[in-house]
Design a protein around this ligand. Structure first.
Ligand SMILES: [Zn+2]
Length: 104
């Protein structure tokens, strides 16, 4: 299986507010803010994609610790970021290209 990941220039600034959001400043000067719930709910890993395919939520406020928080984040090469969540999940890599598209 091959993955085609569109390439996008990484943000020039990455700011993680562990309780609230991920804020990215792009090389064109635009700033995008993503709520943590949105990022967790749209986690691109195989497990979460599978849940969404079945019409289930990748992140449920009923079973996960509240409030949702990011424990830490790691840059993945030049193309994305992984967030370690307080519900123990850490397998999704959010590609810059995808975040940029969602921000547009
Ligand atoms: Zn996931």
């Amino acid at each position: 299986m091959e993955f085609e990941i569109p390439v996008a220039a990484p943000p020039i600034e990455v700011e993680l507010d562990r309780q609230r959001h991920l804020k990215l400043t792009w090389d064109d000067g635009t700033v995008s803010t993503f709520a943590l719930e949105t990022l967790r709910g749209e986690c691109p890993c195989a497990q979460c994609r599978g849940l969404r395919t079945q019409g289930k939520l990748a992140y449920s406020t009923e079973t996960a610790p509240q409030p949702l928080a990011a424990i830490h984040a790691e840059l993945v090469g030049n193309w994305g970021i992984t967030i370690h969540w307080n519900d123990g999940h850490d397998t999704g890599i959010h590609a810059w290209s995808v975040l940029k598209i969602h921000a547009a």
